[in-house]
Design a protein around this ligand. Structure first.
Ligand code: FUC
Length: 818
């Protein structure tokens, strides 16, 4: 009923903004002006643009994913090997500052601290200065098309822009509802020092070479071409621009390419490639191109549908909705933001391309924050949390490729710096796949970048069951494990095997002389546990390396167990030095709760309770990505209301959360500045609130908040074991429809908030024991050590039902309710 009412409201109330009826649009009544974070992102994984939608001076800010400063390089510091024993001695004696000093000399790179992702430039369209009215702009994320509409002197002008998934070019169409009305000048601008502008008939070309940076010569050469197809009117060259006069409509196609082939090869021909893409596209009909683009995009986007009910707030522009969100009920804004995360992943990460960097594929600055590279102590991994579960498995490919490349370059780092087998990466990398330690000890001397990333390979396998892929990537898993097998050192106090030196990302406890340097941080222990466990399981699946796997079983037993400290918290370090007032944005030791699964409501009740205390002690409001991670954690804590309040914190205009992040008008996440990880983290978190599949079963509605309880429906989510939730519908917090498709067969174990039936009058089998489906196998950690000073209270877990249903590959299963 509620939905019908809102539909009626839409129909009668907002005919002027008829375009905005779909909830899958970001739309505004004002242009972007000068503000980049007001502009709307389009992209096809290779090329990206920010569309400003300004009337007088339209700007398309352009990116190409391989336009990075520098050139092939390595940045290992070979002094590390020699200094390692002394560094370890300092750490085990508690001489953290001395260790840090030596680390800064011997481990931190003396070469490049990473290169920068740089913009190509802008395509600017300058129109005569005219008074306009009836302004409207949108980004339709169901079609991946941006649109701007306005009126001048009774003429309605429309612009459409998309980054074609089918033709690898950007396409813009300008039109008017009366003939001969379009006059403007088109030209490129760019901040690159080395650049050339050439005009040839109806085509403009911008050629450039990227910056030198950190002692590495910029050698990436790029070419952007914009070609105009003008209907009516005339076209001429004025200075560096193409001037269009009195045309009926104009189609502009932009092609961009570089000489980058891979991290070690920049021998490509940027001019030839840019011409090739443009030549193929330019002969095509606009409407056909648009249709091909939409269908290529929707192949991915339409796999998941989410409906959280319509809301009257949807009649407001997106910026106003964002301002209101934390104070009103607007579940359909959650839907929009959720799907926007999927839109952004599809648009910034395509098979064969580069992985989404710190800003996806959208950056306007020649010197972006953190170089807009890949921070792998959380940010790059977070970008890919939504990939498998929101049914965008193919979008994971660029990250998996990057991991493979890092495993190639990281072998030398492991050998030269640490005398270890296998491969490793520290906390950061870039398009040249550097593995050295950058920035300074506090950040860079964290050895788990490779270890954490390698878990994405296993995750891809768990969701797809693709054994051929696992086989092809097995050496990467083996290399990650071999590195730790060699690198672990014995902690003299307890006899545990620990990572040393390491850190608990970027946190500097007062009790450790304000140094981040440590041995055996909880996060490091958890990651090594996963790296070993994954290799053990992969060797079982592929039936190889039994002896190596056995040796890892022995080492795994010697890892430090998790510990619960005097404030009833999960300890971040080996000693109980956590400050309950510390609100550091990284809560790295909760890696074990999410994305890993070592802390469980059902298997490790003490750790589960301690994790909650840690979350409460650290607080909610923080940088964008930190809030994104917290949504996932509270979902795993099965506390939907707390997770929802973090969504509210995140979906707050920047500046309102004091000392914290928020969201820009274009719904980009604000660290601040813009970082795309928070967008992806939140999309992942919303999924985890509705469905989890990490803890031995597919858990439906594990963390439904009161705000979304009344009604909702989602289809197309993927779970481990190749299951697809074809339909999940709920009402008043209870499942009322459920259909699941089995891609791989095997036991389907379901955990649900209400009772399910096999048939109308036939009960489902109650589950017991371990789930026999190996895709759900969970490795149990050692029992935690609990401080004598703590008084830990275990938590009440929400009531749930656990069922087993054997499935056959390729069949669909519908469940019933009493
Ligand atoms: C890590 C974080 C920062 C930022 C940077 C890109 O170093 O600690 O908050 O997100 O990555």
């Amino acid at each position: 009923m509620k939905n019908h009412l809102f539909n009626l409201l839409f129909f009668f109330g907002i005919s002027i903004f008829a375009q905005a009826q779909s909830d899958l649009k970001l739309w505004y009544k004002t242009p972007s002006g000068e503000v980049w974070e007001n502009a709307l992102p389009i992209g096809n994984g290779f090329q990206g643009a920010m569309v400003y939608g300004n009337v007088g001076k339209e700007i398309l800010q352009l990116n190409e994913s391989t336009v990075w400063s520098g050139s092939p390089n390595r940045n290992d510091n070979p002094k590390a090997k020699e200094a390692l024993d002394q560094i370890r001695r300092f750490l085990f004696q508690g001489e953290y500052q001395k260790a840090e000093k030596l680390i800064n000399e011997a481990i931190i790179t003396k070469k490049s601290h990473g290169q920068m992702f740089q913009p190509v430039g802008n395509l600017e369209l300058n129109f005569p200065d005219q008074k306009y009215s009836d302004y409207y702009r949108e980004l339709d994320i169901e079609n991946a098309v941006a649109k701007t509409v306005y009126k001048v002197n009774g003429v309605t002008f429309t612009r459409e822009a998309f980054a074609s998934f089918a033709d690898r070019v950007l396409v813009i169409k300008l039109s008017a509802d009366q003939p001969g009305q379009l006059s403007f000048a088109a030209g490129f601008t760019s901040e690159h020092k080395k650049q050339k502008n050439i005009i040839n008939n109806n085509e403009i070309s911008l050629w450039g070479k990227t910056s030198d940076h950190e002692g590495i010569e910029g050698k990436v050469q790029f070419n952007a071409l914009a070609k105009l197809r003008v209907d009516g009117g005339s076209i001429s060259t004025v200075d560096n621009t193409l001037k269009v006069d009195k045309a009926n409509s104009v189609v502009i196609m932009i092609s961009m390419a570089s000489n980058f082939i891979n991290y070690n090869d920049i021998s490509g021909d940027e001019n030839k490639l840019a011409k090739l893409y443009l030549g193929k596209a330019f002969v095509k009909n606009y409407d056909k191109m648009k249709a091909a683009h939409i269908s290529a995009y929707q192949k991915y986007f339409k796999r998941v549908k989410l409906d959280l009910g319509a809301t009257k707030e949807a009649k407001l522009p997106t910026d106003e909705r964002l301002s209101n969100f934390r104070n009103v009920s607007d579940p359909s804004f959650v839907t929009l933001y959720y799907q926007y995360g999927r839109y952004l992943l599809i648009s910034s990460s395509q098979p064969g391309g580069q992985a989404a960097n710190l800003q996806g594929i959208w950056n306007h600055s020649m010197v972006p924050a953190w170089d807009s590279k890949y921070t792998i102590n959380i940010n790059a991994e977070m970008n890919y949390w939504p990939a498998e579960k929101t049914n965008l498995s193919e979008m994971h490919e660029p990250l998996l490729k990057m991991i493979q490349e890092l495993s190639e370059t990281g072998q030398e780092t492991a050998k030269v710096m640490y005398g270890a087998r296998g491969w490793m990466a520290h906390h950061n990398t870039d398009i040249w796949r550097i593995n050295g330690a950058v920035d300074g000890a506090t950040w860079g001397v964290w050895n788990a970048g490779g270890g954490w990333l390698s878990q994405h390979i296993w995750e891809h396998y768990l969701y797809t069951g693709d054994a051929a892929y696992l086989k092809s990537a097995y050496e990467i898993l083996k290399g990650a494990a071999a590195f730790y097998a060699d690198f672990l050192a014995e902690d003299p106090a307890n006899g545990w095997l620990v990572v040393a030196p390491g850190n608990s990302p970027e946190n500097t406890p007062a009790a450790h002389q304000n140094s981040a340097m440590t041995a055996g941080s909880t996060m490091d222990n958890q990651i090594v546990f996963d790296v070993f466990s994954t290799l053990i399981k992969a060797s079982e699946v592929l039936q190889k390396d039994a002896a190596f796997a056995d040796s890892l079983r022995i080492l795994r037993k010697k890892l430090p167990p998790m510990q619960i400290g005097r404030y009833n918290q999960l300890q971040e370090w080996l000693d109980d030095v956590d400050d309950p007032k510390d609100n550091h944005r990284h809560i790295s030791h909760l890696y074990g709760l999410y994305p890993s699964n070592q802390i469980s409501a059902y298997r490790t009740p003490e750790l589960f309770a301690a994790a909650k205390n840690t979350l409460l002690q650290r607080g909610d409001v923080s940088t964008g990505w930190s809030m994104g991670w917290k949504i996932n954690w509270w979902a795993k804590m099965q506390d939907g209301n707390h997770a929802y309040s973090l969504i509210q914190n995140q979906l707050t205009p920047l500046g309102v959360n004091h000392e914290g992040g928020g969201t820009y008008n274009n719904l980009f996440d604000a660290h601040p500045p813009f970082q795309i990880d928070g967008n992806f983290g939140c999309t992942s978190g919303i999924t985890e609130m509705l469905m989890q599949s990490s803890d031995g079963a597919i858990h439906l509605l594990p963390a439904l908040p009161d705000a979304l309880k009344e009604y909702g429906q989602i289809s197309g989510l993927k779970a481990r074991g190749g299951f697809e939730i074809k339909d999940l519908k709920w009402k008043n917090g209870k499942i009322i429809a459920l259909t699941i498709y089995s891609n791989l067969g095997g036991n389907l174990r379901l955990r649900t908030p209400n009772e399910l039936m096999l048939k109308k009058s036939k009960k489902l089998k109650i589950a017991s024991g371990e789930n026999p489906n190996l895709f759900f196998a969970v490795e149990q950690t050692e029992k935690p050590i609990i401080s004598k000073e703590s008084n830990l209270q275990l938590l009440d877990i929400n009531t749930s039902y656990l069922y087993d249903r054997m499935t056959e590959k390729g069949k669909t299963y519908t469940f019933y309710f009493q």
